[in-house]
Design a protein around this ligand. Structure first.
Ligand code: UDP
Ligand code: MG
Length: 336
């Protein structure tokens, strides 16, 4: 039997929030105008998260879960959830209750009115530190400027998507998954719903600065070729500077009675400047080439260690995602 709604929650070391999350979500599930499945995706937690998920499954058959063999990252956890869900409308939300579950009926209402993607847009994020707020503010605006497609600012993965949107996402073979970008890229009828982002219910932030930076670079590199052009522009600029310098040097040598050329210092600065420009350009190239390499290796996007609630089904997924018939056996084989 297929549920009307599927809720996907990526979970990484969230033992402190899971019970409260379930309490608030199950109230919302009871109030929905259709059947609901709750898909928890354990992203290789090393606390009691998986045990709690097993308990929840025992208590409530609407709860299903997937558990990764190791930590693959938030975007991949959401990807796995999208591969397995069976609902007609799919909601993605964080486990830490920063995305209020009580907003879901509002998202569903818009879906009922014919929208394919209903995403929640943060109008306030009082609860987060100034550094996170500043970097997020700058990043979303930079991405909007540089991206090839229209990217709404200040939206995370908290959203509702129609089945056909999820099918289209699942058919995208790329393993570099900046989901909120792919979602915008797809088009369909999209609408934003403003909301205030709460503070984390309990536990530590799981998105370390490194993970956030990696996500930001993923977003930029996946949706813009502008960084590649930066080296062309800087190269042109350096060429102009070199020509002006050459003319000046000739003038000082043959026309001017006094030569202000300083020698070593000038040369050293020029060499360091050009060296820096070249390394920076190579770094940008590397970002793109590294991603090509990842795609070409064609490894599965994630490895499942345990699955419950999806008996007899394999994931609906893109051609190059985990292709094994039985994900559990597949994981065992790989782990041994
Ligand atoms: N998360 C995950 N894998 C990771 C990091 C985070 O599945 O490697 C989950 C985490 O459990 C939470 C969500 O992603 O449900 C958002 O993480 P967090 O609240 O730490 O980050 P925020 O976006 O709020 O800064
Ligand atoms: Mg959070």
């Amino acid at each position: 039997m297929q549920p009307t709604y599927s809720f996907i929650v990526p979970v990484f070391n969230e033992e402190a929030t899971l019970v409260e999350l379930y309490r608030r979500l199950s109230a919302v599930m009871d109030s929905m105008d259709g059947t609901v499945e709750l898909v928890l995706v354990d992203d290789g937690s090393h606390d009691r998260s998986l045990t709690i998920m097993r308990d929840l499954r025992e208590r409530d058959r609407r709860v299903c879960y997937l558990s990764f063999a190791r930590n693959f990252g938030h975007q991949i956890a959401v990807t796995a959830g999208l591969n397995f869900v069976r609902g007609q409308a799919i909601v993605v939300l964080d486990a830490d209750l920063q995305d209020p579950p009580e907003l879901i009926p509002e998202l569903a209402d818009k879906w009922r009115r014919g929208y394919d993607v209903v995403y929640a847009q943060r109008v306030q994020r009082h609860q987060e530190g100034w550094f996170k707020r500043l970097t997020a503010y700058v990043f979303y605006r930079l991405l909007r400027q540089l991206a090839d497609v229209e990217m709404p600012t200040d939206t995370g993965d908290f959203c509702l998507m129609d089945r056909r949107v999820v099918d289209a996402l699942n058919a995208m073979p790329e393993r570099n998954r900046y989901i909120r970008g792919l979602r915008s890229w797809l088009g369909f009828r999209q609408i934003a719903i403003p909301f205030e982002r709460d503070s984390r219910f309990a536990g530590e932030v799981k998105y370390t600065f490194r993970k956030s930076l990696a996500l930001a670079i993923d977003g930029l590199v996946s949706f813009s070729k502008v960084p590649l052009r930066i080296s062309t522009y800087v190269g042109l600029f350096a060429a102009v500077v070199a020509i002006v310098m050459a003319i000046l040097v000739l003038y000082w040598r043959f026309v001017s009675p006094v030569s202000p050329l300083t020698g070593f210092a000038t040369i050293a600065v020029a060499i360091f400047f050009l060296g820096a420009v070249q390394l920076f350009s190579i770094g940008i190239l590397g970002e793109y080439i590294g991603r090509i390499y990842e795609e070409v290796k064609n490894r599965p996007v994630y490895i499942l260690g345990e699955v419950s609630g999806f008996d007899g089904m394999t994931a609906r997924q893109g051609t190059t995602l985990n292709t094994s018939k039985d994900p559990v056996i597949d994981a065992r084989r790989r782990l041994l």
